[in-house]
Design a protein around this ligand. Structure first.
Ligand SMILES: [Zn+2]
Length: 108
């Protein structure tokens, strides 16, 4: 079972992917366009800005000690047969007595 990520970890991970991906596309096509005498030059500002924003948000919540779990990082297995936790609203399995995300007793 994969470990659930906190929102901060998830933001940093995906933010870094978008940010680096956008930079690679921007600089990669810039170099190709320059060396190849005017090929297509793609400026991927969108992903870079999106990534930088997400990355910054993740770092801020990490620094501020926010350990909230990102529900989207939780296993599909846990999401599939389900209900929502009345406390944190995460998708949880009906076969458990406690929320896997926040630990709330479910009273089933
Ligand atoms: Zn919960």
């Amino acid at each position: 079972m994969a470990k659930a990520l906190t929102k901060a970890q998830s933001d940093i991970r995906y933010g870094a992917i978008w940010f680096v991906g956008g930079l690679v596309v921007t600089f990669g096509t810039h170099i190709l366009a320059r060396d190849g005498g005017g090929g297509p030059y793609v400026i991927a500002y969108g992903p870079v800005i999106f990534g930088a924003f997400k990355l910054a948000k993740g770092i801020v919540s990490l620094v501020s000690g926010n350990n909230e779990i990102d529900p989207s990082s939780v296993d599909i297995e846990t999401k599939s047969n389900g209900m929502n936790c009345p406390s944190c609203n995460a998708k949880i399995s009906t076969s458990t007595k406690y929320c896997q995300i926040c630990g709330r007793a479910l009273g089933i």
